[in-house]
Design a protein around this ligand. Structure first.
Ligand code: SAH
Length: 248
């Protein structure tokens, strides 16, 4: 089992598979006042950058679960490189039903809330692994400005306007689920560029190396159209943030 190949290609050079830069990830880690030995669970952990750098910087221990074989392997290599392989563990598996045997202090899902069928379902899933008084981290897009039409929403790669909320509405939705929002760190347009624009060179290099691959035509089209679409829509309309939540 694996994720669609296109992501393993377009994000193969990414350490962070969401619109956060390393400094924003570090800001989030510092903002949570993590104590050494804190246990962190990361569902859809990607290439493991959050767990590995927080293990190095804050002495946490962690488990990451991800469906991409490539990203999970990159996460293990990153842990070795940062000298934290004894603190973190990466499992190649579907995170949709993953509940940890021992309760954790922080349970996170950054940029993959479809694993729980949306934000509410993912919070429920994470809560099953969390100790009382622990913190849930949700990384999720929101509308910086509401699209006037469904076509604009789809140009932002959303299924519909209703798929995302505005930032105030997203914060209110956490409250309605019975959670206090206790911290947040937001992406900005520059950090979005590091996620999106950083894929274009990867795509171009892959195309040069794999001109006859079955995905070559799709990737050629993507590279030719995506920068303009990104600048006109995604960059203007979509925000992204990580929200720290504690149950009331
Ligand atoms: N949280 C990581 C990755 C976010 S990108 C980061 O911020 O860098 C979304 C991730 O979800 C990808 O790594 C993808 O492989 C993973 N993924 C998608 N479906 C999944 C599933 N059902 N179970 C586990 N991981 C999944």
């Amino acid at each position: 089992m694996d994720i669609p190949r296109i992501f393993n290609i377009s994000e193969s050079a990414h350490r962070i598979h969401n619109p956060f830069t390393p400094d924003k990830l570090a800001t989030l880690g510092a903002a949570l006042h993590l104590e050494a030995g804190s246990r962190v669970l990361d569902l859809a952990s990607g290439s493991g950058e959050m767990l590995c750098t927080w293990a190095r910087d804050h002495g946490i221990t962690g488990t990451g679960v991800d469906l991409s074989r490539l990203f999970s392997e990159q996460a293990r290599q990153r842990a070795e490189a940062l000298g934290v392989a004894h603190q973190v563990n990466f499992i190649h598996a579907d995170a949709a039903a993953y509940v940890s045997a021992d309760k954790v202090d922080v349970a996170a899902c950054l940029g993959a809330t479809w694993i729980g069928g949306g934000v509410a379902g993912t919070i429920k899933l994470l809560a099953q692994s969390l100790r009382p008084g622990g913190i849930i981290l949700i990384g999720e897009p929101y509308w910086r400005q509401l699209p006037a039409t469904e076509d604009i929403a789809q140009a932002c790669l959303a299924e519909s306007i209703a798929e995302f909320l505005t930032l105030p509405a997203l914060l209110a939705s956490f409250s309605h689920l019975g959670y206090d929002v206790v911290e947040m760190v937001l992406a900005n347009q520059d950090s979005w560029d590091r996620y999106e624009a950083a894929q274009w060179l990867t795509l171009r290099r892959w195309l040069d190396a794999n001109p006859d691959d079955e995905l070559a035509e799709e990737i050629r089209t993507r590279l030719a159209t995506r920068p303009e679409r990104y600048a006109a829509y995604i960059r203007e309309y979509l925000g992204w943030g990580v929200f720290a939540l504690m149950q009331r």
